[in-house]
Design a protein. Structure first.
Length: 139
């Protein structure tokens, strides 16, 4: 069995954003030369997420509003975590809801996705460098 590992680095200039990282993961899969196996993609920061869904701007807007309703950024005093001097208590909760990682099947050297599925990086406390791990195993 072969194994491939690569870190993807992102520096989102805004506090929150959703980025389609499917092309970067596809490139990792090509580099790996693995044809059959599994591909793990996970955010390596506790205020960021990786998830699979549709690349549709209305859906991304709905996510933004829904997450802000569930865990509003302000007032920052509502979160005990922010008593440490940070202001990202909401980002930790948003990450928990959206998830840490995804695993996708690799079949015939391609991500084995449904029709509209894409991989996204969700940033909830941006404006600094963060990384995503891509780990592919198989033959």
């Amino acid at each position: 069995m072969k194994s491939y590992r690569k870190e993807l680095w992102f520096n989102v200039p805004t506090r929150r954003a959703f980025m389609n990282i499917t092309p970067e993961v596809d490139e990792c899969l090509r580099e790996s030369t693995i044809k059959e196996g599994l591909c793990l993609v996970n955010a390596m920061h506790i205020t960021a997420s990786v998830f699979i869904n549709d690349d549709e701007s209305g859906l991304h807007h709905d996510y933004e509003e829904w997450l802000e309703h569930l865990a509003p950024h302000e007032p920052i005093s509502r979160y005990r975590h922010n008593r440490t001097g940070e202001d990202n208590g909401d980002a930790h909760l948003k990450r928990q809801v959206m998830g840490r990682e995804v695993v996708a099947a690799v079949t015939g050297g391609k991500l084995d996705f449904g029709t509209w599925e894409q991989i996204f990086y969700g940033e909830f406390d941006g404006r600094r460098k963060k990384r995503v791990l891509v780990k592919i195993i198989g033959e």
